[in-house]
Unconditional design. Structure first.
Length: 620
């Protein structure tokens, strides 16, 4: 167990949450996601970074420009020329601004007087314009435990990557809030708690999108003598703790490697050597097809380039990440050779050719001449950083919680004013008029006290996407326990069995629950009726109530009291010996038999009472 206080861990988070608005942030297109098979066209574009007001190009953007890339964008009948970056944006979506201000108020923040939209340079292909529009909304909020929220911004969502350099424009422009905390967290568990709390606040509004990809966490981590590193795209709350742990492990190992390199007097050779001819007869498939093979000697690095710094990640992986920015597939280094078709004899010739001592490591890059030259320079840059310790970086999360280099941390040159969008004034009266929604945690506590639900069930309901439907059902007179069990447990069990419960509309679900309360259907028949509704195509002109009544008649038609009595008498008579021997203890087993025959058409309480009367008659 690491002592995070002794390590000087500081962490902060940036939470990005899509808002559930009817229209996008800077155009009137709907905020619906489409399948790529529905695309109506596509176009290609090259992107270059623009300079700031002072003419400076942001360092992160400059890194992205090392490799010239042609991006492809899928278009749909639900996107417009704004997403294409062929038409100026419309004014900021007032609904999105109101939701952002609601969240700010819930976090105890102070709104800015005038909302100014800025351009944030992004040329990784995720924005057709080469920038993301973002606006500061509020400052300085409080969180339980003493941590603070620094800012909340309103942004346009990026395009969704389909694969490689191909993007889908359906997501581009969906309103997004970015909530940034201070670096006030001191251990991985605290980071997870703060992220969970902010996520709960966001869902409490009832106006944010739900589902995978609608909320993402970026985590900023540093330790004493390390550096601030931003880890992008952590979507799973359960992985936050592991991500922070692994970043602390990475920085700790990099500092230990730095100390070992300094103790050895290590250095990076300035000479890049062309060793293409040295591998002219190689059996390595990668080296054989390369037009250029370049080598770099890292003096005193032997054994450290291959050292693991995170699970499945080594210092050599860091070198490779930097090299890949030039379009190469990766690197080879002598800490891992002979391997990949490279023989021990070839390694010996390589070491002799470069004059490498036993304590030296050699890195080789194989590609076209231009890309190989770019990649070996990147390796040289990253190797020099190893002598200093931990570089400031933006990194992406990998499966399991380890991370890989993306780009340098952006600087001030990344942002410049958006001249196509007018500022928006937040009037004091408008700010004061914004209501503060009830927190989901408070709502769960209320469900316990008002409805008598268990704490666990109340919390499940409060945090469920079906919460609005639950509240509609209760308002319509449905028993809270029945509504909660149906919307959560029953629907979940049916979904596990392959029933497409999502095809049943909220109005149909409400009509079914109302039918049960009215005695037109038994609660035991709910699973079968829901299954029937999910399987039956909807017809135009048919109301939800009519669909539900038809489903009830098909799978669980009403049974009269006389019919129930008849079935009970027959079942007991057929099992006369068993009933006489067990007496009233036979009620449970016989109950299952009767309910199966009646196919859930009658409330279990009615059947139980009829069985009890028949058994008492038989015994007496």
């Amino acid at each position: 167990m690491r002592d995070y206080d002794a390590l000087g861990l500081k962490a902060g988070i940036e939470i990005h949450q899509q808002l559930d608005t009817a229209e996008k942030l800077f155009c009137h297109c709907p905020t619906v996601l489409r399948d790529v098979s529905e695309r109506t066209g596509e176009f290609q574009r090259y992107l270059r970074a623009t300079g700031s007001e002072l003419g400076e190009i942001d360092r992160a953007a400059r890194e992205e420009m090392r490799l010239v890339r042609k991006f492809c964008y899928y278009t749909y009948d639900t996107v417009c020329l704004v997403e294409h970056d062929e038409e100026p944006p419309t004014p900021m979506n007032p609904e999105a601004l109101e939701i952002a201000l609601t969240i700010a108020k819930m976090l105890g923040m102070t709104p800015v007087e005038h909302v100014h939209t800025m351009r944030k340079v992004v040329i990784d292909g995720s924005n057709t314009s080469g920038f993301q529009r973002t606006a500061l909304i509020a400052l300085s909020g409080a969180l339980p435990g003493g941590c603070r929220v620094e800012t909340i911004c309103l942004e346009e969502e990026a395009a969704q990557r389909v694969e490689g350099d191909t993007f889908s424009l359906d997501r581009l422009g969906i309103p997004l809030v970015e909530i940034t905390t201070a670096p006030c967290m001191r251990n991985p568990e605290e980071v997870a708690r703060v992220a969970a709390y902010i996520g709960m606040v966001l869902r409490s509004t009832g106006r944010v999108k739900r589902g995978l990809g609608t909320i993402r966490q970026d985590i900023n981590v540093s330790i004493a003598n390390g550096a601030r590193v931003e880890i992008k795209g952590v979507q799973d709350l359960d992985l936050i703790i592991e991500v922070v742990r692994r970043e602390v492990e990475r920085q700790t190992n990099l500092l230990e490697i730095r100390d070992a390199l300094r103790e050895r007097g290590a250095r990076v050779d300035q000479n890049v050597v062309d060793v293409t001819d040295l591998f002219s007869g190689t059996n390595s498939s990668i080296l054989k097809k390369a037009r250029s093979i370049l080598a770099l000697r890292l003096c005193g690095f032997a054994g450290l380039v291959g050292r693991e710094i995170q699970p499945d990640r080594r210092l050599g992986s860091e070198f490779s990440d930097y090299a890949k920015k030039c379009g190469v597939g990766g690197i080879f280094h002598t800490d891992e050779l002979p391997a990949y078709g490279v023989t021990a004899e070839e390694v010996a010739r390589l070491r002799e050719h470069l004059g490498a001592a036993d304590e030296d490591c050699i890195v080789i890059v194989a590609a076209g001449k231009e890309r190989a030259g770019c990649a070996i320079e990147q390796v040289m840059t990253r190797a020099r950083m190893a002598l200093e310790g931990v570089p400031e970086e933006t990194r992406k999360m990998l499966e399991g919680g380890s991370t890989a280099y993306m780009r340098p941390l952006p600087g001030a040159a990344r942002m410049y004013p958006e001249t196509d969008v007018f500022p928006v004034t937040i009037e004091p009266g408008f700010w004061e008029s914004i209501p503060v929604p009830e927190l989901l945690t408070d709502r769960a506590a209320r469900f316990v006290s008002e409805f008598g639900l268990s704490e666990d069930l109340a919390r499940q309901v409060a945090f469920s996407e079906r919460l609005p439907l639950f509240e509609r059902a209760v308002a319509a007179g449905v028993r809270p326990a029945l509504a909660a069990r149906t919307l959560l447990a029953t629907c979940r069990e049916l979904a596990r069995d392959g029933v497409e419960v999502d095809r049943v509309t909220g109005d149909e679900m409400l009509a079914l629950l109302s039918a049960v309360e009215a005695g037109r259907a038994a609660k035991e028949a709910i699973p079968e009726i829901l299954t029937e509704l999910a399987l039956t195509p909807q017809e135009s002109g048919v109301t939800p109530e009519e669909r539900v009544d038809a489903a009830i008649q098909r799978v669980a038609p009403a049974v009269s009291a006389a019919d129930v009595e008849a079935v009970v008498r027959r079942v007991v008579a057929e099992r006369d010996g068993f009933a006489r021997e067990r007496g009233m203890a036979a009620l449970g087993p016989l109950m299952g038999v009767v309910m199966k025959e009646l196919r859930g058409s009658v409330d279990g309480k009615v059947v139980s009472e009829a069985l009890r009367r028949e058994l008492e008659r038989l015994i007496s």
